[in-house]
Write a protein that binds this ligand. Structure first.
Ligand code: ADP
Ligand code: ZN
Length: 602
């Protein structure tokens, strides 16, 4: 039986285990069941791939997403591992070929979709071959509490009885405790060992800006990430289409990606995103995406997600490779209104709506916090962080607080005196003393509140109203053209019995520069950077030749290290993370030639 550490070095070209990998792998190799709850990018795949190679028989990996499966299999094959995937995209002959290989014991790892696995024929085929283990990836899909419930996963509950003695590993990056408990229970893993660690993603920089011409803000943000791989999330299909078009027209190639697109087009866009290092993918928030690209450098939200769980999962797609990455969101008053409306008008029963409202409020709290965002995010998952992470906008550009008690009273009074029938725009005109046509028509210039807020500018008032709405002091009535209404909690504020602290929104310009600085922080010397680009070009050439995504050949982290170390021989190459023996045999010469050419040129 090969030793895990040898497999790590020789097959995967990695010098050492990370975090709890060694322990998890030893436990699985020894035949134990495990539940692995680790954040995205922690390295969960190796936790079952190495035991698969150390144990007798084939490892069956259940995964819901076909594109993801394809990538994993391709990456394993590049490392010389005998891997295959069974899913609905295969022709009958291809599927038969894989089943034959399985029966003949010629596979180390077999990836299957849950519906394939559940098929009776397949289960009985499996019962005739030696099995190393079952790995259930994205295990949260079995839970109705999760954001990604897939009924096919319920069949996996049968594995325990059907294959007693075959170790089972359930893996997920889902952080919320309810989903975790549920999946342990449903998969009958009550006796499994549970491995978990902090869900912090220190390489992701969180930035949440106030919306103020969102498209331009997005464009400025994207300019700081030129040529990098990234995802932009929007709420609706229409907005996805519009945004992709607008970006492309403004010189930033972008492709739409949502459930309403023709399957072929969607697959093509996904493929281009995976294989090319160019286009930005613009996707709908709700759409589960089979994308595990390790070098996604940014995730941008043009609309507010529904909860912290969703936000964390979506932003979590950035920086799987551990390199510095940006999670950026623009949010404003209209997002609060829209989200509240979606809950009110959604089909959920009242009890569920209450949960949905609480989840939205928790996310709004993160948006409006003046202290460390990371601390607020992790607190939601029951994790204590001391704050001051130094890698979120609140830490990098601390927002000031100001005493908004008087301003809030004026704002609430304007709402009250106009009969709770108007939106923020008109109320601001009243407060600022603007004699607009509407103000005069309604005689609102006669109100005592007229012109009492001249000391605060238009944007300042928008910020006040947004914060009042985010805190639930006022609500936005979407059945009445966005009119603002007073909530119960407005009363003590209006009566001057409760002080209101507000945050001062920093100017957007400052924020954009900070975000750009984040991306550049990882940059190297000019020579190193030039060599890195040459190595990337070589990788692209090789990837195109084979029609595979570049990162299955080498990750950026490996190329960065190559650029730094400038290996002169195959043995120098062997020390570089991610460069295993199969890859040296296959690509060593090609990349050494690129390094040598760069050396000759300097
Ligand atoms: P997860 O499934 O937990 O999101 P992956 O298994 O996709 O994470 O791994 C994330 C990244 O970390 C990959 O680029 C992988 O090659 C890298 N990685 C995993 N384990 C190690 C390790 N021990 N040393 C260095 N890199 C690792
Ligand atoms: Zn912070």
């Amino acid at each position: 039986m090969p030793h895990p550490e040898r497999v790590l070095k020789e097959v995967f070209g990695l010098p050492s285990f990370r975090g709890q990998q060694e322990e998890i792998i030893a436990h699985a190799v020894g035949g134990g069941d495990a539940v692995v709850l680790l954040p995205t990018g922690a390295g969960k795949s190796l936790c079952y791939q190495i035991p698969a190679l150390c144990r007798e028989g084939v490892a069956v990996v259940v995964s819901p997403l076909i594109a993801l499966m394809r990538d994993q299999v391709e990456a394993l094959r590049q490392s010389g591992v005998r891997a295959a995937a069974l899913n609905s995209t295969l022709t009958p002959e291809e599927a038969r070929g894989i089943r034959d290989a399985l029966a003949a014991g010629e596979l180390d790892l077999l990836y299957v979709t849950p519906e394939r696995l559940a098929g009776d024929g397949f289960m009985s085929l499996l019962s005739r071959v030696p099995l190393a283990l079952f790995a259930i990836d994205e295990a949260h899909c079995i839970s109705q509490w999760g954001h990604d419930f897939r009924p096919e996963y319920l069949h996996l509950a049968r594995l325990k009885e059907r294959f007693p003695g075959v170790p089972r590993l359930a893996l997920t990056a889902t952080a919320d405790p309810q989903t975790r408990d549920d999946l342990v229970h449903r998969l009958q893993l009550d006796e499994a060992r549970i491995f978990t660690a902090s869900f912090d993603r220190p390489n992701i920089r969180y930035t949440i800006v106030r919306k103020d011409n969102a498209k331009n803000q997005l464009r400025d943000f994207l300019r700081a990430h030129e040529g990098a791989s990234g995802i932009v999330y929007c709420l609706s299909r229409k907005k996805v289409e519009e945004t992709a078009e607008w970006l492309t027209a403004h010189g930033i190639p972008a492709l739409p990606y949502h459930a309403g697109l023709d399957r072929n087009i969607r697959d093509r866009h996904q493929d281009l995103f995976l294989k090319d290092e160019g286009p930005v993918l613009v996707a709908t928030i709700a759409f589960g995406m089979g994308i595990d690209k390790p070098d996604v450098r940014f995730v941008a939200h043009l609309d507010l997600p529904s909860s912290i769980e969703a936000y964390y999962q979506e932003t979590g797609r950035a920086g799987r490779d551990g390199l510095p990455s940006d999670a950026w969101m623009a949010y404003g008053m209209s997002d609060v209104a829209l989200r509240r409306r979606m809950i009110d008008e959604g089909g959920s029963p009242e009890g569920v709506k209450q949960v949905e409202r609480a989840k939205l409020d928790a996310l709004l709290h993160v948006c409006e916090t003046v202290s460390c965002r990371r601390q607020a995010l992790l607190a939601h998952f029951g994790e204590h962080h001391a704050g001051g992470c130094g890698n979120c906008d609140a830490c990098l550009t601390p927002a000031e607080m100001w005493d908004g008690t008087e301003a809030a009273r004026k704002a609430l009074s304007a709402i009250y005196r106009t009969g709770q029938r108007f939106g923020a725009g008109h109320l601001i005109d009243i407060l600022r003393g603007n004699k607009t046509e509407k103000v005069e028509r309604c005689r609102h210039d006669d109100l005592p509140t007229f012109g009492v807020g001249k000391d605060i500018d238009q944007k300042g008032w928008q910020s006040v109203f947004r914060q009042l709405a985010a805190r639930g002091i006022v609500s936005i009535d979407h059945t009445d053209y966005g009119a603002l209404k007073l909530e119960e909690s407005a009363r003590p504020v209006l009566q001057g019995q409760q002080p209101v602290e507000l945050r001062r929104d920093p100017s957007p310009g400052r924020r954009a520069q900070r975000a750009a600085a984040g991306a550049a922080a990882a940059s190297a010397s000019p020579e190193e950077e030039a060599l890195f680009q040459d190595l990337r070009a070589e990788r692209m050439r090789l990837a195109r030749e084979q029609g595979v995504p570049p990162y299955v050949i080498f990750h950026d982290t490996s190329l960065r290290e190559m650029a730094r170390r400038r290996p002169a021989s195959v043995s120098d190459m062997a020390g570089i993370p991610g460069v295993g023996s199969a890859k040296i045999a296959r690509y060593g010469e090609a990349f050494l030639a690129v390094v040598a050419a760069a050396k000759a040129a300097t």
